[in-house]
Design a protein around this ligand. Sequence first.
Ligand SMILES: [Zn+2]
Length: 251
Amino acid sequence: MKLTFMGTAGARFMVAKQLAASGGLYLEEGGTRLALDPGPGAVVQYAKRKVDLTRLGGIMLSHKHLDHSCDINVMIEGMTEGGFRSRGSVFCPSDALDEDPVILNYLRGFPQELVRLEPDCAYELGELSFHSTSRHVHGVETYGFRFRRLGAERDQLGWVTDSKFYEGIAEDHRAEVMLIHTVLTESRPDLPHLGLDDAERIIQEAKPRLAVISHFGMGVWRARPWEVAAAMSERVGSEVKAARDGMTLEL
Ligand SMILES: [Zn+2]
């Protein structure tokens, strides 16, 4: 399994200034290719890294916030050659389609299937199998995921998307490698996002082989994520990395 960071920026200020890219994640397992959370500029990042969108097997939204969904429509058009080739699957929470939708009506018939995500549910796409977590504590309908190669015994990637910390979040996303969206330097009661303190707690509880922090808010960015990750590594006793735009991980 191969994971490429099409962006590492999280939340509105980082995204508006494009201090880091905001194209989400690109996951490959054998011949199966899945685009995750195509935020603003995703189509540019995919083109820059020479990924042919017509070869995507699917596109998934963890939730409909703009920094995760902005390019979903152009990505669907890319995958389906403007709708001329019915192809691929789109996975998203129901509220991305219903009230205040982010997926335009006119292209909903372009993909082969449009799947409404539900909590604690198993899904398959080609050679990839994945499982949604319980609903995250976030402003809109949001899920995290665990991914594995179809037929594999263990989860290879746990993706902790946007959420406030909740009891069970570590267990929900436990996998060999865990990617944690860390928007804040320190968690705040008034904001539904994880802080570096939450990330550290999750890593300590779940004990992944490797933890990667990404989706940085301005505060984390200013604190230099690479230095923050190195210091966290020392404290938790397992490897913690900060993602960089364009970085690729073999899982
Ligand atoms: Zn969000």
